[in-house]
Design a protein around this ligand. Structure first.
Ligand code: SAH
Length: 364
């Protein structure tokens, strides 16, 4: 027996992709090689996007052969892609350990932003978000999170830095450790080499995790999905509100600001007739002023058949923006990108076109 005894089955092998320097050093220790080889492997994986030991020319041949036979070194692979007319591309990323997520590439006036997924599905069940309709499948590992960056920057031949937002599938702070490990790989000058200021983690608002994030030595920027101005409405559209109400969430945000001295963003998905009244606009203005936060208004992106909401009219959206502006709140409107490709905020999910198709097993 042959092949199988020397070549450990692929699925059982440790995947080096996603390990940090210490992780690589401890994995390489079994080969009795000098420690600096861990640093070399680290740079090949994250700085140079060279994912096969074949390419690691500054390592001894014998070590490369063993790594090739006994480990995995892959960041996953790109599957189907869907383009929209506005230069937005939605990629399916096939994960190294099985499963698929979606990752969105956006280019707007020369500025590139990648929108990463942190979980397959999501456990938070926000009623206006398609990912929630999938339910929670599993967390992504750090390697699977940064793998999305590596695969797409190779595919798009991107050089240098760009913006990274954790606003795809999943709740990044529910997958806290892998999210932080990914941020560290992304920000390490010998890793991906991004400035931490170009990385934003968006959260449904897990208050204790926001407070923990404030203490991280390598910390991304923070965006919090507020989405309502009363606990009653928020609980209806975001069940997490029953666990921590808006005041508890805002207290965590204040702590974050005090500890880090850094501003954060409040995101507000506008749902017609749900959270867009004059009273909402007034309360939102008060929260914006009190928190000294920037407010990002996101007109709801519909997914007919799945999500029972509508965005307010353009006039209404602009009126709300103007009320905030007039009060001196920093505010922007995130007009959606990629709606055609079902690539916009809240439209990412591995689901058929309509729930009926899900029941009959007919993909549409
Ligand atoms: N779980 C994280 C990140 C994923 S959602 C979070 O909740 O922040 C990223 C942003 O898209 C959030 O602000 C969310 O409220 C918003 N969003 C979700 N569904 C949407 C939809 N259908 N239309 C517009 N924005 C949506």
């Amino acid at each position: 027996m042959n092949h199988e005894s020397t070549q450990t089955a692929l699925a059982q092998r440790t995947n080096l992709y996603g390990l940090d320097r210490e992780g690589l050093a401890s994995r390489l220790a079994r080969y009795n090689v000098p420690d600096f080889h861990a640093g070399q492997v680290y740079r090949w994986l994250y700085q140079r996007d060279a994912w096969s030991p074949d390419q690691w020319t500054d390592l001894p041949q014998s070590l490369r052969a063993r790594l090739l036979a006994e480990t995995r070194t892959d960041p996953g692979k790109l599957g189907m892609r869907t383009g929209a007319a506005d230069e937005t591309v939605k990629y399916r990323t096939e994960l190294a350990d099985g499963g698929t997520v979606e990752t969105v590439f956006m280019r707007q006036s020369g500025r590139v932003t990648l929108c990463l997924s942190s979980q397959v599905g999501c456990a938070l069940d926000c009623d206006f978000c398609l990912t929630g309709k999938m339910g929670f499948k599993r967390h992504l590992s750090a390697g699977e999170i940064v793998g999305q960056v590596a695969l797409i920057r190779s595919d798009q031949a991107l050089t240098g830095s760009f913006n990274i937002v954790f606003m795809g599938m999943g709740e990044p702070l529910h997958n806290y450790d892998a999210t932080i490990a990914a941020v560290r790989l992304l920000c390490d000058p010998e890793g991906f080499g991004f400035s931490r200021r170009r990385i934003t983690v968006s959260t449904v608002g897990l208050a204790p995790a926001i407070e923990k994030l404030a203490e991280e030595p390598v910390r991304p920027r923070l965006a919090v999905s507020l989405n309502a101005t009363t606990d009653e409405v928020r609980a209806r559209i975001m069940p997490i509100t029953k666990k921590h109400g808006i005041e508890r969430l805002l207290a965590a945000c204040t702590r974050f600001q005090e500890r880090t001295g850094e501003a954060f963003t409040l995101e507000y998905v506008l749902l017609e007739g749900v959270n867009d009244t004059d009273d909402d606009a007034r309360r939102l203005r008060e929260i914006g002023l009190r928190m000294r936060a920037k407010i990002n208004l996101i007109p709801f992106n519909p997914v007919p058949g799945w999500l029972a909401y509508r965005p307010p009219s353009r006039r209404r959206i602009e009126a709300i923006r103007n009320r905030l502006l007039d009060a001196g709140v920093r505010v922007s409107i995130r007009w959606s990108r990629g709606t055609q490709a079902r690539a916009a905020c809240g439209q990412l999910a591995l689901l058929p076109d309509t729930p009926d198709a899900a029941q009959t097993g007919n993909p549409g």
